[in-house]
Design a protein around this ligand. Structure first.
Ligand SMILES: Nc1ncnc2c1ncn2[C@@H]1O[C@H](COP(=O)(O)OP(=O)(O)OP(=O)(O)O)[C@@H](O)[C@H]1O
Length: 280
C-alpha cells in the first residue's frame, strides 16, 4: 500500500501478511509509517494505492467492525466510568451480552477495583488496561495495537504480553507496534521492519535471525585467557569471549584447554541487531 500526506510520502509500497494466531510485531524508527499502516488496516485512513485483504478478500466496513484497534491517541471518554464505557463499546460492536463481556475483561485485566472509577482518574498504566479492554470487549477477529506497551511498568508489560499471547492462541492474529525490540523478539512469532515508508525486512523472527553469523560465544569459569589459533576475537567481557574465523572444534578445544567450559553457543543476531542493520 502507499499513502502520502500532501507531498510527504508516508508509505511507499509496504506489503506484508499476517497468519491466523500469529503475534506480529511492527517495528521501525519514529515516523517510519507504522501508525499510518495501522490506520489504513482499520479503515480510519484510506490508502492512495493498494488494499487490505482479509481471508483473501478486500475488507469492508462489516469486516472491520469485527476488528479490534487500540489507537496511539487512545480514544476513551475521560469522564465515563470504566465499566459503563466498556459496556457501551461492546454494545456499539453488537455484543448481545455486553455487561458480561465488560466484566470478563475487567476481571482479566485486573481492573476490578477500578470498574466504577472515571477513566480520567486512573493512572496511565490503568488507562492503558482499559484501552486494551476496549479493543477486546467485542472479541475481535483481528487485533491491532499501536504501541500498547509504551508507559507500562514491568508487571503491566507481563499482564499485557500474557493477554496478547492468550488471545493469539485462540487463532486471532495480533499485530502491534513497539520500539521495545527485546519484547518484540520475546513475544512475536513474526515481524515487519519498516523505514521511511518502505518495508526493509519481514518474516518469522526465527528466519530473520537465521542460523547464525559464524561467530561463537564461549564462557570458561574464572574467565581465563583463551587462545584460539587463527581466530578473531569479536568480543570479550563479562559474557565471555566471541570468536570468529575458526571451526567450532578448534574453539571448543582451546576453551577446554583454558578451563571448565560453562557456555558454548553459536551467536545469532538479535532483533535489535537486525533492526540496526536494516535502518542504517
Ligand atoms: N496527518 C498527517 N499529516 C502530515 N504528515 C503526517 C500525518 N500523519 C503522519 N504524517 C507523517 O507520515 C510519516 C509516517 O508517520 P507515522 O505516524 O505513520 O509513523 P510511525 O512509524 O507510527 O512513527 P512513531 O514511531 O513516531 O509513532 C511521518 O513522516 C509523519 O510525519
Amino acid at each position: 500500500m502507499a499513502r502520502r500526506y500532501g507531498d510527504r510520502v508516508a508509505l511507499d509500497g509496504v506489503s506484508f501478511s499476517v497468519e491466523p494466531g500469529q503475534t506480529f510485531g511492527f517495528v521501525g524508527p519514529n515516523g517510519a509509517g507504522k501508525t499510518t499502516t495501522m490506520r489504513i488496516i482499520l479503515g480510519v485512513l484510506s490508502a492512495d494505492a493498494g488494499e487490505v485483504r482479509w481471508n483473501g478478500s478486500p475488507v469492508d466496513a462489516g469486516t472491520r467492525r469485527r476488528f479490534g484497534y487500540m489507537p496511539e491517541e487512545r480514544g476513551l471518554y475521560p469522564k465515563m466510568r470504566v465499566r459503563t464505557q466498556l459496556v457501551y463499546l461492546a454494545s456499539l460492536h453488537g455484543v448481545v451480552a455486553a455487561e458480561a463481556a465488560a466484566d470478563r475483561w475487567i476481571e482479566r485485566l485486573g481492573l476490578g477495583d477500578r470498574a466504577e472509577d472515571r477513566v480520567e482518574a486512573l493512572s496511565l498504566g490503568n488507562q492503558q488496561r482499559v484501552q486494551l479492554a476496549a479493543a477486546l470487549v467485542h472479541e475481535p477477529e483481528l487485533l491491532v495495537l499501536d504501541e500498547p506497551f509504551s508507559g507500562l511498568d514491568p508487571v503491566g508489560v507481563d499482564v499485557l504480553s500474557g493477554v496478547l499471547a492468550e488471545y493469539a492462541a485462540t487463532g486471532v492474529p495480533v499485530v502491534f507496534s513497539s520500539h521495545q525490540l527485546e519484547l518484540v523478539e520475546r513475544i512475536c512469532e513474526a515481524v515487519a521492519i519498516i523505514k521511511d515508508g518502505r518495508l526493509v525486512a519481514s518474516g518469522t523472527v526465527e528466519a530473520l535471525r537465521g542460523t547464525g553469523t559464524g561467530a561463537i560465544r564461549v564462557i570458561v569459569e574464572g574467565d581465563p585467557e583463551i587462545d584460539v589459533p587463527g581466530a578473531r576475537v569479536l568480543d570479550r567481557g563479562p559474557n565471555g569471549w566471541v570468536f570468529e574465523g575458526a571451526g567450532s572444534d578448534a574453539i571448543l578445544d582451546a576453551a577446554r584447554a583454558a578451563g571448565r567450559v560453562s557456555y558454548f553457543a553459536v551467536e545469532r543476531p538479535t532483533l535489535a541487531d537486525l533492526f540496526r542493520e536494516a535502518v542504517k
